[in-house]
Design a protein around this ligand. Structure first.
Ligand code: HMG
Length: 432
C-alpha cells in the first residue's frame, strides 16, 4: 500500500526521515540508524551536501579510488575514480602500468563545439521564415551580449546560429540550431541562457515582422556533442605485447578479433562499451561532471551510423598493434560541482587542475585503458578470475568476516580459484 503526502518538501530533514521511516520502513528497527549513521559530523560539510539536491535524507557514499601510472602524451597522471564496482580501479591501474612501459597513451582533442537548439513551430511559408531569420540573426546575437560578455573575454561564446527546417520529420517543426565554445565550463547554464534569450527575441521580432505566429516549444542544449570529440590511442610493436603468460602474436590477433566482434554485433557492443564507461563514468563522477549527459551523448555517438557499435577500434598493420577510442565528451573543470564539492576539488588537484580539454583526454584514456584491461582478461584468462579476485573482499564483508578470517581466506585464495561458493565453504570450514 503506498502512502502519499502533500508538503513533504517543506518538512525539516528530521521530519522527512521520520515520515519515510514510519510510512515505508516501519518493519525495520535499524532503518533510521542506517540513514543517520552516514551524516557527517562537520555541520558545514553536511549542509553543503544536503543542499546539492532536494529532499535530502542522508549521504550516499561511493568509494574514491586512484589509478596511478597513466602516461598521457609524456606526462604521468594518477587518475581519481569514484565507482562502486570492484576490479575497475585495479584493471585501470594494470592497463596504465602495462602501457607506461610501452610508450604510454597519445591523445588529441579533435573539436570542442557544443550545441543548443530552440525548437519551434511555424505554419507559414518557409521562404518567409528564412528571410526573417536572416534579418533577425544579428539581433539574436546582440541581445545575448550581457550573457556572453565574460565568455567572449576568455575567448569563447556563440560560434554560429542557423535556421534548420525539420518539416520532413514533423509538420511545421523548425529549429534555431546554435553552436558554442564554452572553454573550461561544461557550459549548460551558459548555453541554456543564450537559447532562452534567442527564443525571447525571436518570438518578439516575429510578432512584429511575420504574418504567421511562431510557437516556441522549448530551448535547451543538446547532450549529443559529436563535434566535441577526443581521441586516445596506444600502439606498439606486436612483440612488445609480450607479458607474463602472453604470446604476443596470438594475443594481438585475438584482441583485434574481440574488438571487431563488438564493431559488428550490438549485443556484444553494449557490454564492450559498458566496460569502457566503467572507466569514463568513474572519472567523470570524481571530477564533478554530469555522467548522465556523458552516457547519453556517448551512446548516441556509438549509434551514429544507424547501428550500435564499439566505441574502440584496433588494427594490426606492418607488425604494429594499435588500439584507439574516439568519443564525444562535454566536460567542465570550472563551475558547477567543481568549485563546490571538496572531494571534486581534491580530484582535480590530483590531476594538476586540468583544463577541460586536458580532462577530455584523461577521461578518454581511462575508457580506453578499462577496455584494454577487460579485453585482455576476456581473451586470455576469462573475466571471472580477476573480477572474483577483487570481489573476494565484498563476499567476506557480506559474511562479516573477522580480520583473522579475512587474512586466512585471502591467503587460501592466492592459490585457489575464487568463486562465491568456494569462499562461502571456506568461511564455513573456518567457523566449524
Ligand atoms: P592481476 O594480473 O591478477 O594483478 O590482475 P597483479 O596482482 O599481478 O597486479 C598487477 C597490477 O594490476 C598492479 O600493479 C596494479 O596496477 C593492478 P602494482 O600495483 O602491484 O604495481 N592491481 C591492483 N590495483 C589495485 N588494487 C588491487 C590490484 N590488483 C592488481 N587489488 C586484475 C588483476 C583485476 C587487474 C585483472 O584481472 C584485470 O584487469 N581484470 C579485468 C577486470 C575488469 O575489467 N573489471 C571491470 C568489471 S567487469 C565489467 O563490468 C566489464 C566487462 O563486462 C566489459 C566487457 O565485457 O568488455 C568485462
Amino acid at each position: 500500500m503506498s502512502t502519499s503526502i502533500s508538503g513533504f518538501s517543506k518538512l525539516t530533514k528530521t521530519e522527512k526521515i521520520d515520515w519515510i521511516v514510519s510510512n515505508y520502513l516501519s518493519n525495520s528497527t535499524t532503518a533510521k540508524d542506517t540513514i543517520t549513521q552516514y551524516f557527517n559530523s562537520n555541520q558545514k560539510l553536511q549542509q553543503l551536501h544536503d543542499e546539492f539536491i532536494e529532499n535530502t535524507i542522508s549521504n550516499y557514499y561511493l568509494p574514491l579510488g586512484v589509478a596511478p601510472n597513466f602516461v598521457i602524451n609524456g606526462k604521468t597522471y594518477a587518475i581519481p575514480m569514484a565507482i562502486e564496482e570492484s576490479s575497475v580501479v585495479a584493471a585501470a591501474s594494470k592497463a596504465a602500468k602495462f602501457w607506461m612501459e610501452r610508450g604510454g597513451f597519445k591523445t588529441t582533442v579533435i573539436s570542442t563545439t557544443k550545441i543548443g537548439q530552440v525548437h519551434f513551430m511555424y505554419s507559414g511559408e518557409e521562404k518567409m521564415l528564412q528571410a526573417f531569420f536572416n534579418t533577425v540573426k544579428p539581433k539574436l546575437i546582440a541581445d545575448t551580449k550581457s550573457i556572453t560578455a565574460n565568455m567572449e573575454k576568455r575567448g569563447g561564446g556563440i560560434l554560429d546560429i542557423e535556421l534548420r527546417t525539420k518539416t520532413n520529420d514533423l509538420d511545421n517543426y523548425y529549429q534555431i540550431h546554435a553552436t558554442f565554445e564554452t572553454l573550461d565550463a561544461m557550459g549548460a547554464n551558459f548555453i541554456n541562457s543564450c537559447l532562452e534569450q534567442f527564443a525571447k527575441t525571436f518570438k518578439a521580432e516575429a510578432e512584429i515582422q511575420l504574418d504567421n505566429d511562431i510557437d516556441i516549444v522549448m530551448s535547451i542544449l543538446s547532450n549529443y556533442v559529436p563535434e566535441c570529440l577526443v581521441r586516445a590511442e596506444v600502439s606498439c610493436k606486436i612483440e612488445a605485447l609480450a607479458d607474463k603468460g602472453i604470446d604476443p602474436e596470438t594475443f594481438a590477433n585475438k584482441f583485434a578479433q574481440a574488438v571487431t566482434i563488438a564493431e559488428v554485433e550490438p549485443y556484444r557492443a553494449v557490454t564492450h562499451n559498458k566496460g569502457i564507461m566503467n572507466g569514463i563514468d568513474a572519472v567523470v563522477l570524481a571530477t564533478g561532471n554530469d555522467f548522465r549527459a556523458v552516457e547519453a551523448g556517448v551512446h548516441a555517438y556509438a549509434s551514429k551510423n544507424g547501428k550500435y557499435t564499439s566505441l574502440t577500434h584496433a588494427k594490426i598493420e606492418d607488425g604494429i598493434f594499435s588500439f584507439w577510442i574516439e568519443i564525444p565528451l562535454a566536460l567542465g573543470t570550472v563551475g558547477g560541482l567543481t568549485s563546490l564539492h571538496p572531494l571534486v576539488k581534491v580530484a582535480l588537484n590530483i590531476l594538476g587542475n586540468p583544463t577541460a580539454k586536458e580532462l577530455m583526454q584523461i577521461v578518454a584514456v581511462a575508457g580506453l585503458a578499462q577496455n584494454f584491461a577487460a579485453l585482455r582478461s576476456l581473451t586470455t584468462t576469462g573475466i571471472q578470475e580477476g573480477h572474483m579476485k577483487m570481489h573476494l573482499m565484498n563476499i567476506l564483508n557480506q559474511f562479516d568476516a573477522t580480520k583473522t578470517e579475512k587474512e586466512n581466506i585471502i591467503n587460501h585464495f592466492k592459490t585457489n580459484t575464487v568463486t562465491h561458493s568456494a569462499v562461502v565453504s571456506q568461511i564455513e570450514k573456518l567457523r566449524q
